[in-house]
Design a protein around this ligand. Structure first.
Ligand code: PAF
Length: 283
């Protein structure tokens, strides 16, 4: 496995791969890798002849500096995991490499997709995500980009950027990998106290309840949302950032429960903000 930190070194390898007609799969990450990330790698390896993982904790996507400072860093075990899973190249740049001081700041946004859900309570977050992902796409020149569907809004926004700006990249969403109690795998789970970790299992159980009540014929969106909200709030130390039912493509709120819908939530358990998303179908 090749590990590079400098852009020039990365570019040399990419141009060799391009000359050899390799199909490049790219899995951008912020490190503290877990099985969810490795599912991105496995999907990439099934589809592409070369797989790149980037590990970069991107400062421009943290609207809260405390969250950035608390973000875990585990480079040694990340590299080991990548090697074990057959990653071909890890790009591990420093902040100075990605954002040299002389850089003229640039901001990208897709307002209609960014002002809902996480965009409402994390101003600037998706601008930062688009900035880093577009930069990494230019640097790694992949044929495919792999993104976890746990971060559905991010997946949707990046898909829209690629489509609107004609990036020659295919974006694939990879299903959420879950712990044995159903909690979506996330680097943030490590920050939960044992008691809060137990409470966090209310989130996947809420999704189960959502499916059960939908299949049971619940058609009133307000009642449905109330049932789910009340269920989440049975946990101590739980604060709901949002619980929304939106159109999976436009991310705009739905006014009735018909057909495909995205159930999206962000919940604070203690100090830790956890998100989960699922596309459900109302019969
Ligand atoms: O999902 C993440 O880990 C990050 O938002 C990403 C896509 C690596 C950009 O920094």
């Amino acid at each position: 496995m090749i590990v590079v930190s400098e852009i020039a070194d990365l570019k040399t390898i990419i141009s060799e791969w391009k000359q050899n007609q390799e199909t490049i799969g790219f899995c951008p990450t912020m490190g503290t890798l877990h099985d969810g990330h490795m599912d991105l790698v496995k999907t990439s390896k099934g589809q592409c002849t070369k797989t790149i993982v980037s590990i970069f904790i991107n400062p421009t996507q943290f609207n809260d500096p405390k969250d950035f400072d608390a973000y875990p860093k585990n480079t040694e075990s990340d590299l080991k995991l990548c090697e074990e899973h057959g990653v071909d190249l890890v790009f591990l740049p420093s902040v100075e490499v990605i954002y040299p001081k002389s850089q003229t700041p640039i901001q990208m946004s897709i307002p209609s997709l960014q002002t809902t859900l996480c965009g409402r309570t994390r101003p600037g977050h998706f601008e930062g995500v688009l900035q880093i992902v577009s930069k990494l796409f230019h640097l790694t020149e992949p044929n495919y980009g792999f993104f976890g569907l746990k971060d559905y809004q991010q997946y949707r926004i990046i898909s829209a950027m690629v489509e609107e700006l004609n990036f020659p990249i295919r974006i694939l969403g990879v299903p959420t990998k879950r712990e044995s109690d159903g909690l979506a795998m996330s680097s943030r789970n490590l920050r939960l106290s044992p008691k809060d970790r137990e409470t966090a299992s209310l989130i996947p159980r809420m999704f189960q309840l959502a499916k059960k009540t939908l299949l049971g014929g619940e058609k009133n969106l307000i009642v449905w949302k109330e049932i789910l909200t009340d269920f989440l709030l049975t946990g101590s130390n739980v604060k709901i950032d949002y619980l929304e039912i939106v159109d999976p493509i436009t991310l705009q709120p739905l006014s009735n429960l018909n057909g495909e819908l995205l159930l999206a939530t962000a919940v604070f358990v203690g100090e830790v903000r956890l998100i989960d998303n699922e596309v459900l179908v109302s019969p």
